[in-house]
Design a protein around this ligand. Structure first.
Ligand code: PLP
Length: 394
């Protein structure tokens, strides 16, 4: 190691020894360098494995050279540059919608959607285990926020009973456990309301679930009804709204709301993310547009991801570890005791495999979980290696 590199490495180690988090020293992928050690990595969210794709990286560099770091003004005036528009065009193509709104972070998506849909709502009904960004956005309308039990349509019915117009908010896919919301049952419960919006954050479903990779609502055959789309039952008082991120499966960065032209226009104009915040950075937009193009052009990416998901989930079932049902690329397995899971995490780590043990996050049980994530670019033998090491520990 050169002296300068060694110096930087030691400085990073010293800095880290004072912190509770780790330092990722390479791009995320099947092999990821963390705190100076290269691991076979089953963490995070880069499900389609595009973060280091040469075309994605080059498109980011190209946008940076052409447009500078950012437009230095909001999109409402002069701040919309071609890479940002290209993301919106590609996102609309991927999601099969008339338009899409692209903004700096998926975290803001619920905020934007609440602003666009919560007019005259009497109450917000919130799944108790929702992601932090859903919980925070739920307070925006300034009406009572009532929680219902996680994923429980009957409890939703109970809390909805006294109200007329309600906004219901939940994760479509749990960020840690990979559980999916019982959307069809929620719609059934809500159809007797005077008016209702079911607002779902599908950060982890976009790019993974459904025949066209458009997320949980695509998997459930409800995609045509989303974000201004036609409801199958035109008398239904329930509207479906969804937001997500391009920073997980879809290999880019930033939040996205696809929908009809009218709906997306409303999303752009109901809050001030469009005219009061910088457009997403040029390099990030350039890379994100290219990643979307690749996902559209190469359906085999999603196919490979699904094969890996099947392999990992099946292998875990054979070990008696029972991953939750579903076809998500990430999921949590909770064993009875935190010490057992921490022990598995440490033992795997000592063998060069990083499988995160998550002690606390929105929606996970008190003892924590082992959180599995699998990518399209994991090799089958890498998955088998994880399974075989796990077998030796159980
Ligand atoms: C359910 C959910 N929504 C939103 C986000 C935030 O998305 P982004 O990282 O694009 O801000 C996350 C990220 O962890 C998430 O899990």
């Amino acid at each position: 190691m050169k002296t300068e590199t060694l110096g930087r490495f030691l400085a990073a180690r010293l800095f880290l020894s004072m912190r509770s988090y780790s330092l990722m020293l390479s791009a995320p992928g099947p092999e990821t360098v963390i705190d100076g050690v290269s691991y076979l990595y089953f963490g995070g969210t880069g499900y389609l494995g595009l973060a280091t794709h040469p075309e994605v990286v080059e498109a980011g560099c190209d946008a940076l050279r052409k447009y500078g770091v950012h437009s230095a003004t909001s999109r409402g005036r002069f701040g919309t540059n071609p890479p940002v528009l290209e993301v919106e065009r590609r996102a609309a193509e991927f999601f099969g919608t008339e338009d899409a709104f692209y903004f700096g972070s998926g975290y803001a998506g619920n905020h934007i959607l609440v602003s666009a849909t919560a007019d005259r709502m009497e109450a917000v009904l919130l799944d108790e285990s929702s992601h932090y960004c859903v919980q925070e956005a739920a307070r925006l309308p300034g009406v009572p926020v009532i929680t219902f039990r996680h994923g429980d349509p009957e409890d939703l019915r109970r809390v909805a009973a006294p109200w007329g117009r309600v906004l219901v908010m939940a994760d479509a896919v749990g960020p840690s456990d990979g559980g999916t919301a019982p959307v069809t049952e929620y719609l059934e419960v809500l159809k007797t309301r005077e008016q209702a919006v079911l607002l779902l954050d599908d950060a982890h479903g976009f790019g993974v679930l459904g025949p066209d990779g458009r997320g949980l609502l695509d998997e459930l055959g409800l995609w045509p009804q989303v974000n201004g789309g036609e409801s199958a039952d035109s008398d239904s008082p329930v509207r479906l709204a969804v937001c997500g991120t391009l920073a997980k499966a879809l290999g880019g960065f930033g939040g996205v709301i696809p929908g009809t032209a009218a709906f997306v226009e409303k999303a752009r104009s109901s809050s001030h993310y469009f005219d009061g915040s910088s457009a997403p950075a040029s390099a990030v937009a350039g890379s994100t547009a290219k990643a979307l193009e690749l996902v559209i052009r190469q359906p085999e990416l999603r196919q490979r991801l699904q094969e890996n998901i099947t392999r990992l989930r099946g292998g875990l079932r054979d070990l008696g570890l029972n991953p939750p049902p579903g076809r998500t690329a990430h999921f949590g397995v909770a064993l009875e005791k935190a010490e057992t899971m921490r022990g598995i995490y440490e033992a795997l780590k000592s063998k060069g495999i990083l499988l995160p043990y998550i002690a606390a996050y929105s929606g996970i049980p008190p003892q924590g979980i082992l959180r599995f994530a699998v990518f399209a670019d994991h090799m089958p033998e890498q998955i088998d290696h994880l399974l075989s090491e796990l077998r030796s520990l159980l």
